[in-house]
Ligand binder design. Sequence first.
Ligand code: HEM
Ligand code: HEM
Length: 212
Amino acid sequence: MNEKNLIPVWDILVRIFHWSLVLAFTIAYLSEDEFEDLHVYAGYVVLGLICFRVVWGFIGSRYARFSNFIYSFAEIKAYLSSLLAKNPKHYLGHNPAGGVMIIALLLSLFAATLSGVKVYGVQGYGPLADNGFEISIISESQAHGDNKHDDEKSGTKKEESAEEEFWEEIHEFFSNFTLLLIFIHIAGVVVASRVHGENLVRAMITGKKENL
Ligand code: HEM
Ligand code: HEM
């Protein structure tokens, strides 16, 4: 590869964002069962990274901006057909199909993390914790020595566990859906690297791409 043709494409923050996201997502996914504290912290890191990336999509460097990789439906279709014809147009930034995948990944990660914070909240922890309501019911029923309140209390508990189950299902769905997108994302990186004869993984490390 001719060193002179290398153009800086991915700024340092996009690269740090990407590899930190890979690490934090992997830790969150693997720690879900046995290490809840680690799971929650890694999940918060993912959420923080997504928020950063959304801001960076508006104010970041040229190729980091959403305006650089959100293409029209016609352009996405044209890119995919040219890919099937094994003669795809080369893009210095994200190609139109890559752009769709990035938006899908960011949205799915946002849904996975937000629903995780909600599950945690229903369990009585984190920023969405609703334990203030539980405390007021317990103290009221204790103050009155009233059976009706005990029934209400157990009713609330049942409702809460149904609520927890509901959010857990949503959380599990988006976590696994994100994993599916990641597999397609990695396959897309391999295919695009092959058809263009360039190393996209190295580009996400060094930040530089060749102007083919
Ligand atoms: C992208 C990041 C995340 C991934 C991939 C992920 C993945 C998962 C998965 C696969 C489960 C198991 C679901 C089930 O079997 O019902 C789970 C459970 C859970 N997650 Fe996450 N999660 C993420 C972020 C978060 C965040 C940000 C929080 C909270 C701040 C969180 C809190 C929880 C809680 C409380 C549970 C239930 C644990 C239990 O009581 O069994 N997660 N997560
Ligand atoms: C080890 C596995 C992975 C490899 C080799 C990889 C590789 C890459 C490459 C080469 C790009 C740039 C694509 C282009 O040139 O247009 C990219 C972008 C991206 N990848 Fe990955 N990726 C991996 C895992 C992940 C995971 C696990 C996630 C999500 C949790 C992810 C999310 C993203 C996002 C959001 C972008 C857009 C970067 C930006 O513009 O900010 N990747 N990835």
